[in-house]
Design a protein around this ligand. Structure first.
Ligand code: NAP
Ligand code: MN
Length: 271
């Protein structure tokens, strides 16, 4: 098995990364950052997002395990000080592999230039900061609503605890095969009427956003943001590719949610 290490550059991370590298070598595990089977991230959830995009081209062939150098995250099962236990497990056991949905986006431009496609692990949003943005929303090809406001956010189940949650979306269990669309500050009046609630689509549904023609909106894809040329449509569907996580111990999603957002219980690290 070939292992890649992907890390951020803060001081604590660099110390853990050094220890991790030494331990992997001691266990005769091969480090190969170009063609890995397993990607170990060291940092935060944001670091795992970075690793996902770095290895996006081969995401179906690899699995991820995350070490968090701060608090426990949603994509990170291990704490910095547990790196020796993790390496022992990697050397001696077969992990449980879990696969979660990704978001596929296809951008069609107003000038007819070639479409752009992307994958997102958390979410993609279409936003405008200067004025309000008008977007016609279609679900599975049928007109659904005319939105006016700051923007719309389409997220994966694992992304539901990120930006989606901040804009009032529901937290979804990542085993669900779905996407969620949440509104960002919609205006509701006699002309523009939206559902004013997040929606969760069926596995074979898709969402098309057709904004008014303008050149000052922003398309976000996870940690990236683009100021794009006028677009005709963004199409969102569940990607064929999935992200795989290697679990070397129990992961209880609702405990993780409680630990991250409520924090009223005592936790050990096994959540
Ligand atoms: P960032 O601005 O450094 O991170 C924003 C925060 O979101 C960090 O605390 C990050 O955790 C956390 N996070 C990332 N993915 C998460 C997930 N799936 N569930 C719960 N929390 C999550 O940027 P970043 O670290 O590169 O992350 C990019 C993400 O930030 C975007 O995909 C978006 O979801 C989120 N974001 C949120 C808001 C908002 O809530 N208003 C605004 C912009 C972006 P770590 O500290 O462990 O990295
Ligand atoms: Mn971050």
């Amino acid at each position: 098995m070939k292992i890649a290490i992907y890390h951020n550059n803060n001081e604590q991370t660099l110390a853990v990364t050094k220890q991790l590298t030494t331990l992997l070598k001691q266990h005769h595990l091969v480090i190969d950052n170009d063609h890995p089977d397993l990607v170990i991230t060291v940092g935060g959830d944001g670091t795992l997002l970075g690793a996902f995009h770095h290895y996006e081209h081969c995401v179906d062939q690899i699995s991820f395990v995350g070490i968090h150098t701060g608090h426990l995250g949603f994509y990170t099962d291990w704490r910095g000080y547990e790196v020796a236990t993790l390496v022992d497990k990697i050397a001696t056991m077969q992990p449980q592999l879990v696969a979660y949905p990704l978001l596929k986006g296809v951008i069609t431009y107003a000038d007819g230039s070639p479409n752009d496609e992307f994958l997102a692990l958390n979410e993609s949003s279409l936003k405008r900061l200067s004025e309000t943005l008008r977007i016609d929303v279609y679900i599975s090809g049928e007109f659904f609503e005319s939105f006016r406001g700051d923007g719309l956010c389409v997220s994966t189940p694992t992304g539901s605890t990120a930006y989606n949650k901040s804009v009032g979306g529901a937290v979804l269990h990542p085993k669900l095969e779905t996407l969620q669309m949440a509104e960002v500050a919609s205006i509701n009046n006699l002309v523009y009427r939206t559902l004013s609630a997040p929606i969760v689509i069926a596995p074979d549904d898709w969402i098309d956003l057709r904004p008014e023609v303008a050149d000052d909106y922003v398309i976000t894809v996870d940690e990236f943001a683009n100021n794009n040329r006028p677009l005709q449509q963004i199409h969102y569907e569940i990607a064929k590719e999935r992200i795989h996580f290697a679990r070397y111990r129990t992961h209880r999603f609702w405990d993780r949610v409680e630990g991250a957002f409520i924090g009223s219980k005592e936790h050990n690290n096994e959540i």
